[in-house]
Design a protein around this ligand. Structure first.
Ligand SMILES: [Zn+2]
Length: 178
């Protein structure tokens, strides 16, 4: 599994991290499936409140509207555009999941209402004003979580037209909820 991070989202994260200082902030990753096991972060939601220097707890109702709007904008094509996972900052700690981060991800996987069969957690920080660090982890029920590659996605806005290649990669994939 790989995560593509568009520079527009990376820049948004940097701005938010700078503004939050030593306080943890976070939100939801909304993704696009772009190939087998490859997801692009399409959008993020941002919750600036509720975090301390060592904890962040996401309050679901603060994100529900943004998630609904994302589904609306992407035409409810859940097999391509869907909830991808969570992100938060570790201004004072390495970008590795804490014990409570692991428990929170377990709860998401077990939450029948969320109906996810995997979830990503990205942890971000700006060690210095000019740098940016992100580590992403995949959580799959019944397996140990694993770090996955996060790749800067600098591609121009215009997508290459896969239709001209004579086949639709997404159409060949089994349609299921992530
Ligand atoms: Zn954490």
């Amino acid at each position: 599994m790989k995560l593509l991070l568009p520079d527009i989202v990376e820049n948004q994260l940097k701005r938010e991290l700078r503004a939050a200082g030593r306080r943890e902030i976070g939100g939801v990753l909304l993704g696009e499936l772009v190939g087998p096991g490859v997801f692009r972060v399409a959008e993020i939601t941002v919750q600036r409140t509720g975090g301390t220097s060592s904890t962040f707890v996401r309050i679901p109702r603060l994100h529900a509207e943004a998630i609904r709007a994302f589904f609306q904008r992407t035409g409810h094509r859940y097999e391509r555009f869907n909830y991808l996972g969570e992100w938060h900052s570790h201004p004072s700690y390495p970008t590795r999941p804490s014990g409570s981060d692991l428990r929170a991800m377990e709860e998401i996987l077990c939450n029948a209402a969320m109906a996810v069969n995997f979830a990503v957690l990205s942890i971000v920080k700006i060690p210095t004003a000019a740098s940016f660090e992100i580590s992403s982890y995949a959580f799959v029920p019944g397996t140990r979580y694993a770090e996955i590659a996060t790749i800067s996605d600098q591609t121009p806005k215009r997508e290459p037209d896969w239709r001209s290649a004579g086949r639709a990669p997404l159409d060949r994939m089994e349609i299921r909820r992530w």
